[in-house]
Design a protein around this ligand. Structure first.
Ligand SMILES: NC(=O)c1ccc[n+]([C@@H]2O[C@H](COP(=O)([O-])OP(=O)(O)OC[C@H]3O[C@@H](n4cnc5c(N)ncnc54)[C@H](OP(=O)(O)O)[C@@H]3O)[C@@H](O)[C@H]2O)c1
Length: 282
C-alpha cells in the first residue's frame, strides 16, 4: 500500500500521516495543487500511490459565501481531478466530506444516516456536496467519509478550531454567549484519523458518517471545555440568529455512524472522552 495523503499538513492530515507510518506519502499544498490536474499527474508519477486520502479542502465557511468560485474549485473540481486520476490508475480514493451537506430539512431532529437526503444551506456545504458527487460518479473504488466540527493539535498552532477559540476567549473574558440551537458532534482529528486508517484497509467502499459518539449543542460543548480546563467562565445560551454568522449552518446535523461502527467493529469514542484527552494534552 502506498497511500498519498493530500492536505497532509492540515489539521486532520497531520494526525493521519503518523498513523499510516511508512505507507504514507504526505503531500502539502506546496507539493500538490488539487485544482490543477497536471500538478496531480506530476506529483503522482513518482509517488505511484495505490490509495489516495484527500484531507485538502477550502474550509472557510463564512468567507466562502463571498468567494463561491474558489470554494467550488477546491472542494468540487479538485476532488473530481483526484477521482479521475484514481479511476484511471485503479487506485482507491478516500475523500473527506462534511455534515454541512445537510441542513435544508429544518424539521430534522434524529441522527442522519448515509441515505438521508442531502440539502446544503451554505456555499461551503454545496461545494463539498459537489466534491462528493464527483468522487461517487467518477471513481469506482471510493470512500466518502462525512465528519463534523474537527479539532486537532495542528490547528492549535495554525488556523484555530472551536476548542482553541473557546480556550482563548475563556481566558480573556468572564462571560460568553454561545449558540445553543445548533446540534451536532464535534470530533477529534486523532479519533477520525484512526478510523480512516482502519477503513482504508478494507474494500468496503461507499459513503460513511464518522464522528465521535453522542451529540451536543455548541453551548454544551463550550461548557464542557471550560469545565475540563478549569476556566470560570459564565456561559449563557444564545441563538444562531443572534450570532449572525455570514453562512447559515444546519440546526441539526448529528450523524448516525452505525455503518462505520459495523465495518470497523467499534464506534468512535464519546465526544466527552475525546475532548478530555485533547484538553489534557500539554
Ligand atoms: N475543520 C472542520 O471543522 C471540518 C468539519 C467537517 C469536515 N471537515 C473536512 O475535513 C477535511 C479536513 O479538514 P481540516 O480541518 O484538516 O482542514 P485544514 O486544517 O484546513 O487542512 C486542509 C489542508 O488542505 C490544504 N489545501 C487547501 N487547498 C488546497 C489545494 N487547492 N490543493 C492542495 N492542498 C490544499 C491546506 O493547505 P494551506 O492551508 O497551505 O492552503 C491545508 O493544509 C476537509 O475535507 C474538511 O472539509 C472539516
Amino acid at each position: 500500500m502506498r497511500i498519498a495523503v493530500i492536505g497532509a499538513f492540515g489539521q486532520l492530515g497531520s494526525d493521519l500521516v503518523p498513523l499510516l507510518g511508512e505507507r504514507a506519502i504526505p503531500f502539502g499544498h506546496a507539493d500538490i495543487e488539487i485544482t490543477d490536474p497536471t500538478s496531480i499527474t506530476t506529483a503522482f508519477a513518482t509517488a505511484r500511490p495505490t490509495h489516495v486520502i484527500n484531507c485538502a479542502a477550502y474550509n472557510l465557511v463564512d468567507r466562502a459565501e463571498d468567494e463561491p468560485e474558489v470554494a467550488h474549485r477546491v472542494n468540487g473540481l479538485g476532488p473530481s481531478h483526484l477521482a479521475n486520476w484514481c479511476a484511471a490508475h485503479e487506485a482507491t480514493l478516500l475523500h473527506v466530506s462534511t455534515d454541512y451537506v445537510f441542513g435544508a430539512d429544518v424539521t430534522r431532529c434524529t441522527p442522519l444516516d448515509e441515505t438521508a437526503p442531502t440539502g446544503p444551506v451554505s456555499v461551503y456545504g454545496a461545494s463539498k456536496l459537489a466534491g462528493e458527487l464527483a468522487v461517487r460518479s467518477l471513481c469506482p473504488r471510493h470512500f466518502i467519509v462525512r465528519t463534523c466540527g474537527l479539532y486537532g493539535q495542528r490547528a492549535a498552532r495554525g488556523k484555530g478550531n472551536f476548542v482553541e477559540t473557546m480556550l482563548r476567549l475563556g481566558r480573556e473574558r468572564p462571560e460568553l454567549r454561545i449558540v445553543a440551537n445548533q446540534r451536532c458532534t464535534p470530533t477529534s482529528t486523532v479519533d477520525l484519523a484512526a478510523a480512516l486508517a482502519s477503513l482504508i484497509e478494507t474494500n468496503a467502499f461507499g459513503t460513511y458518517h464518522a464522528t465521535n459518539a453522542g451529540n451536543c449543542s455548541w453551548f454544551e460543548f463550550a461548557s464542557e471545555i471550560f469545565r475540563l480546563a478549569n476556566l470560570a467562565v459564565k456561559v449563557t445560551p444564545s441563538t444562531a440568529a443572534e450570532y449572525a454568522a455570514k453562512a447559515r449552518r444546519p440546526d441539526y446535523s448529528v450523524l448516525d455512524c452505525d455503518k462505520l461502527g459495523e465495518v470497523l467493529g467499534r464506534p468512535l469514542p464519546p465526544w466527552q472522552e475525546a475532548l478530555a484527552r485533547y484538553i489534557a494534552q500539554p
